[in-house]
Design a protein around this ligand. Sequence first.
Ligand SMILES: [Zn+2]
Ligand SMILES: [Zn+2]
Length: 287
Amino acid sequence: MNDLIAHCTAPHCALPALAFVCRSHADQLAAALATVADLAVDLDITIARQAATGQRIGGRCAERPLPYHDAASEVRRDLHATLATWTRDLWETNGPRREVPTGETAPDGTPQTVAVLEPLDLADTLPEIAAWLLRHPSWIAWHPAAGELIDELLDAIARAWRVVDLPPELAYCGPCSDCETDLYARPQRDVVTCRECATVHEVADRRATMLKAARGRMLTAAECARALPGLLGRELSANTLRTWAHSGKLRQYKPRHGDPRNRPRYLVGEVIDLATATPQRRTAAAS
Ligand SMILES: [Zn+2]
Ligand SMILES: [Zn+2]
């Protein structure tokens, strides 16, 4: 290999690099980081939806095998840890340091100082961390372990998307009542067959069960707008929920603990009741 040319340090990549990574890997990372804010919302919904339809903590069901929503929670924790670890590393490598007096003096009488890293002012949330990483491309490119950093971040983001990505044409119908395998119904079908144990379930029954199980959940308007339309079989936008709340038809509850945006939440049961009782407005485009 020509020592005069720098090569990308990402695994299995030998493209020329300006710093420690090639253009292609830098672009891939930027594109992946740009999806993290949406990914965080989808992960929360996946976790909430599967917690609502999966088993309770403790009780009779505690011995059942690892439920799928644990996979989503675990992937979310991994993603957060990976992003946070590399962010801390980048800050420790590049962050500004301030001279702080140690209280001691040198033999010539000048006060001794020590360089202290300024604290990193960054909210510890997936969207905020991803946005911060996007603002520091050259810190990443010049990090001695840039290849490892890019490889780990791309992997963590891709794994998280695999957990939330469902084939869009399939509707989630909750876990099989016999074997707990997640059921996905094809569009316009009345029944769904479990791919593990071959039990046939009525889609309408499964949806009713899921809606019932979800009634006690607290979700933000955006989460309701993603989770509920498929189950209710009607449009339900976040905006509709907020309009209902402002006109006093729907109660708002306290934000989730630690939600940096302090978004109010809604009780899914109350949303379902109101949506079911409210005729759906036809859009102007509908003929
Ligand atoms: Zn590369
Ligand atoms: Zn089954």
